[in-house]
Design a protein around this ligand. Sequence first.
Ligand code: ATP
Length: 359
Amino acid sequence: MFGLSKLFSSKSVQKQPILTALAGYRSAAFAVGIDEKFIKSIESKNDKSILLHLTLPFAALSEMPKVAAFVSQQLNQAVTINASIELTEACKFKAIKHIVLIASGKGGVGKSTTAVNLAGALKAEGAKVGVLDADIYGPSIPMLLGLEGATPTAKNDKQLLPFDANGIKAQSIGFLVPSDDATVWRGPMASGALTQLLNETAWGELDYLIVDMPPGTGDIQLTMSQKVPASGTVIVTTPQDLALADAQKGIAMFNKVNVPVLGLIENMSHFLCSHCGKPNHVFGKDGAIKLAQRHGVPVLSQIPLAIDIREYSEQGKLIAMDNQAAVSETYADAARLIASMLYYQQPHHNSVEIVITDD
Ligand SMILES: Nc1ncnc2c1ncn2[C@@H]1O[C@H](COP(=O)(O)OP(=O)(O)OP(=O)(O)O)[C@@H](O)[C@H]1O
């Protein structure tokens, strides 16, 4: 129906079994399988193996070896996948497809660390990514990206050039205002500075812009989230009761301003014992899962309390971009899931529904 016959380079390839196998693949990011419209072409190689060229509409490249293994098993034939990503939806702001807010009800839960590593993971999944540090109380993105001491440069009279950190474009509110001044800020000032940074940075084309919001759910955070044309928000929490109570306030706030809550990330979820390898639930267990269930949102990831997460951060490096580090997979899983939800929440898809309830 999509003129797929044109995509087959060899008449000897049986297309239907390939389409059936792809449609039957299941994972968190591909909850409804792999649609035939993601297929660019199918090649039959001389050695009888199959090469699939896919164009994915969201960032999920690292899952392709798993997909290839699944299809190979279904067909009983060697299959490899060559994939790229191309988001099909219209830009939400300038040449930016999606703006995703990373928020927390409470300070110090690891929101900024999670924001930069999600950006790194999305980049590793094949996307064009930017990070905007909007945390007026403690802008830490420059430090987390190894940009400390850098000063912004202007492209022309009206535009600032974003920084480049490992191919991620970055800008920080900290370059505009000293953080000491932020304590006396009110909502309109903060949202004004955020809008100015969004507008006046030469972001170029981005698939995802990750915005590190100030912690809390007060007037400032409310006004800021109203000003940004966000596709969704991710709320970071730790498993402690206090953090969860504040995360709940965050869900209510975003509900009020109609920004979809894509899900919760439970950071410092558990500590893996270096001797026995077992998870130790230092701050409590399953609190985020229960909160998420009450509000009909998913838990996108449970990130461990890990010494190397802190160490990489202190060195201005992104652990999510180091595939030798075990925890990078946790960030990758969350990044693919977020990217998938943003795709499937578009009006023309109704297979994944985001439900936000009052509590
Ligand atoms: N999963 C983790 N494992 C170990 N250390 C972590 C983890 N997440 C964050 N940290 C550490 O916790 C500290 C606070 O993290 P971060 O600055 O990201 O928190 P935040 O919520 O953004 O804080 P703020 O509210 O001040 O903006 C940092 O030292 C960071 O390296």
